[in-house]
Design a protein around this ligand. Structure first.
Ligand SMILES: Nc1ncnc2c1ncn2[C@@H]1O[C@H](COP(=O)(O)OP(=O)(O)OP(=O)(O)O)[C@@H](O)[C@H]1O
Ligand SMILES: [Mg+2]
Length: 431
């Protein structure tokens, strides 16, 4: 996946994350406010009903003066038909001042004993809400009215609200996701075009620079071949020209390779890992011998990778060259590989200077070097690892590094095994 596709995906995911968080907070707030309102309204209705019941209780005229034996008729005379139907699904109870249940109406089952304090009580089985109100006349307690009603209507309303909010949130997320993807794509388009133009420019410029650099190199080489006729000091100047041109050539080749790996199609090809690694080690013999670095190679010769031989050479030689360069004299560099499922895991290990933890994420950046002054002395450009990473990604592999300052570094690269190596591995395991 290209860096642009990744950035686009990251942006879309980030926007969606923010949207989702906002929507969830909004839905939870709306949910809790409306739920509270539903609950409060149903409690207010119950309270109004209790007040209406209390106001409409018909006491026996004779017994009104003797509240102790008052047993009011709980039939509410002025109540419309619909209300009395509603009352049937509830429970109306009259307790006398001795807290004895003396009259009741309605089918809702209430088993809890009377609590004489005025207020609401929630019932669990069956789920309901109950309101108790003491009835006082002429400063004398006549008894208690207790009204209970099931909470199924309220529960249904809250459930409906929750489902509505959930569906609404999901629908809003889908719509905002589509909108975000569209907007992100639209806004990334010009950046993408600019980057493509820039990449094309880098590729073209690198390509065009190759010929003049080659001409400088050839001419300085010819001049150096006949150094005897030169004035004193001129040979040194030509050597400097040759050295700088070589450095420029490496940089131009690196940039050209980087701009190509990003958009060139992969062609199916295979390479023997051990053979390529062996070639890298022998080509770098001058460097390793100069520092007396021992390079140990331990790779199964049967490992074949789904990778172009030249690309694998570039990848490994960059890692091995780094391992040799960034290790002091008399160091050790170990190159090993093992198979893991359908991939080969290659390790290039050194006991050199190591990389600081805070620098680990920068080492793959183009032109980044821990020691900025090194390139003038050694010709290092800071492009090697950028090329390695681009190649690894080109072959859908993986690269990681473990390092400790002063102790050394281990670069681990996972690359896909060729179908043949993988098949023989599977066969070996099954026999
Ligand atoms: N094995 C290693 N041990 C310690 N530091 C390393 C190692 N490999 C890379 N580095 C650090 O990462 C930087 C970038 O490495 P990279 O190979 O990209 O560039 P370079 O070696 O400086 O130049 P070149 O383009 O010639 O390879 C190096 O300059 C060095 O500081
Ligand atoms: Mg390097």
């Amino acid at each position: 996946m290209s860096i642009f596709a990744k950035t686009e995906q990251k942006l879309i995911l980030m926007c969606m994350g923010v949207f989702a968080a906002v929507l969830i907070v909004f839905a939870s707030l709306v949910g809790s406010v409306v739920t509270n309102q539903i609950k409060e309204e149903s409690r207010a209705d119950l309270r109004r009903l209790v007040d209406a019941v209390v106001a409409s209780i018909d006491f026996d005229e004779d017994e009104e003066k003797k509240p102790s034996s008052a047993e009011p008729d709980l039939i509410v005379s002025e109540m419309p038909e619909s209300s009395s139907q509603l009352l049937n699904s509830m429970k109306l109870e009259w307790f006398n001042f001795e807290k004895k249940l003396t009259a009741q109406k309605g089918s809702f089952k209430v088993t809890v004993p009377l609590d004489t304090n005025e207020g609401f009580v929630e019932l669990k089985d069956p789920r309901g809400i109950m309101y108790t109100k003491p009835v006082v006349a002429d400063n004398q307690l006549l008894g208690y009215v207790r009204v209970a009603q099931p909470l199924d209507k309220e529960d249904r309303a809250i459930e409906g609200l929750k489902n509505g909010l959930l569906l609404g949130t999901l629908a809003a997320l889908v719509v905002s996701g589509i909108g975000t993807a569209f907007l992100v794509r639209q806004s990334m388009e010009p950046v993408f075009k600019n980057m493509q133009q820039l990449r094309q420019f880098t590729a073209d410029a690198s390509h065009e620079l190759r010929n003049p650099i080659a001409a400088i190199l050839t001419n300085s080489a010819v001049a150096l071949k006949h150094a005897e006729g030169m004035r004193t000091g001129d040979q040194e100047k030509f050597e400097l020209i040759e050295q700088s041109s070589k450095q420029m050539q490496r940089m131009v080749e690196g940039l050209l390779l980087l701009s190509r790996t990003e958009h060139v199609e992969r062609v199916a090809s295979q390479a023997k890992l051990e053979q390529v690694a062996q070639k890298c080690v022998s080509d770098l013999k001058v460097q390793s011998a100069a520092k007396n670095t021992s390079v140990e190679l331990n790779i199964d010769p049967d490992i074949e990778l789904n990778c172009d031989g030249d690309d694998l050479y570039r990848l490994l030689s960059n890692l091995i060259e780094n391992a040799i360069s960034y290790t002091g004299d008399n160091g050790t560099v170990r190159i090993s590989a093992l198979r893991q499922g359908a991939t080969a895991v290659v390790k290039v290990e050194d006991n050199g200077v190591g990389i600081a933890q805070e620098d680990l994420e920068k080492i793959y950046d183009r032109f980044w070097r821990a020691d900025k002054s090194r390139n003038y002395k050694s010709g290092n450009q800071g492009l090697g690892l950028a090329i390695v990473k681009a190649l690894v990604e080109h072959y859908q592999g993986n690269i990681s590094v473990q390092s400790a300052l002063g102790k050394g570094s281990t670069f681990t690269v996972a690359l896909p095994l060729s179908a043949q190596t993988h098949r023989s591995d599977v066969l070996e395991k099954s026999t």
